[in-house]
Design a protein around this ligand. Sequence first.
Ligand SMILES: Cc1cc2nc3c(=O)[nH]c(=O)nc-3n(C[C@H](O)[C@H](O)[C@H](O)COP(=O)(O)OP(=O)(O)OC[C@H]3O[C@@H](n4cnc5c(N)ncnc54)[C@H](O)[C@@H]3O)c2cc1C
Length: 314
Amino acid sequence: MLVLKNFLIGAIILDIIKRAFEESVKGGILTKTHVESRLFSFYAGGGTLDLAVFPNSLAQLINVANIIKKNSVEFLIIGACSNTLIRDSGYSGISLMTKFLNDICISENFLTALSGTRLQTVISEARRNGLSGIEDLAGIPASIGGAVVMNSGACGTEICQLVEKISFLDLSDLQIKEVLSSDVPFEYRSSNAFFNDKIITSVMFKLKSENQAKISDRINSALARRRNTQPSEPSLGCVFKKINGFSAGCYVEAAGLKGTRIGGAEISVKHANFIINTGNGTASDYIALVEIAENLVQSKFNITLNREILIKGD
Ligand SMILES: Cc1cc2nc3c(=O)[nH]c(=O)nc-3n(C[C@H](O)[C@H](O)[C@H](O)COP(=O)(O)OP(=O)(O)OC[C@H]3O[C@@H](n4cnc5c(N)ncnc54)[C@H](O)[C@@H]3O)c2cc1C
């Protein structure tokens, strides 16, 4: 009975929100219902988003945030969805998609990108303008907002080392604010929940001038390293964080789990810290493998694995 009541309340709220967004559509905000996350998630699996909203300007973003706040509705920000798995049951709140908040501006050694811009686009534009520093991150399929929230890194470089300042929409008062990177409590693969009630709108990077050929060499070697060590099938990258600087994949491999399959998901034979989609993998298949790895590594080695990937949804 309680479940039915909650379901009905949820449906009524969603209907009110949908109507609010329909009004906004007249103002040009793209909204879509029943969006299948498997069609854009880097894992190529996962549930349906009931209502996805795609603001394409700061004004539209503020408008969306206003509606979310006024209706006290749950929401989820989705960048490139390269680190996020949506449960098979889907997500019934508002999914705020940043993909159309997408632009880059360069002044001297400073490159500023809107939060939905792909990291790869930023790296290419930096190279075109002879700006260096960010090449180690080539091949991470992130949006800039997602990369900052996750403090993405590779080959000893973390994105927080390259960021000068971050602009965000503060949901507590709907004001656009700025924070210096040095004032954000960045940790390994985390910004320590600093951005929980904030939507990153843009990020300013401080880069250094460099010869374009040298930049290209560094990008190419970062990409080659990935090709040699990581699987090419759909995945969300590393499932677990390093343990005291030591790869979590080594424990998963030592537990004998390489190649273990559930449904369409598999612990990669090439890299044990990747769970790949072999074709029709669901979010439940993926989560089942995560749990098997966690339980076996705990019982065999008394090591607790910490998840790098995020699991969201109802
Ligand atoms: C093949 C592959 C290789 C990878 N290699 C690496 C690697 O080498 N190093 C590494 O660190 N990661 C790696 N990853 C993981 C992933 O790419 C990173 O974690 C990336 O930073 C996630 O960015 P995203 O835009 O996809 O974030 P999403 O998965 O869309 O979101 C991640 C989190 O950020 C939040 N978020 C997104 N945008 C905003 C915003 N504008 N404002 C506030 N919150 C926001 C989301 O709500 C969510 O909580 C890899 C993934 C894949 C698939």
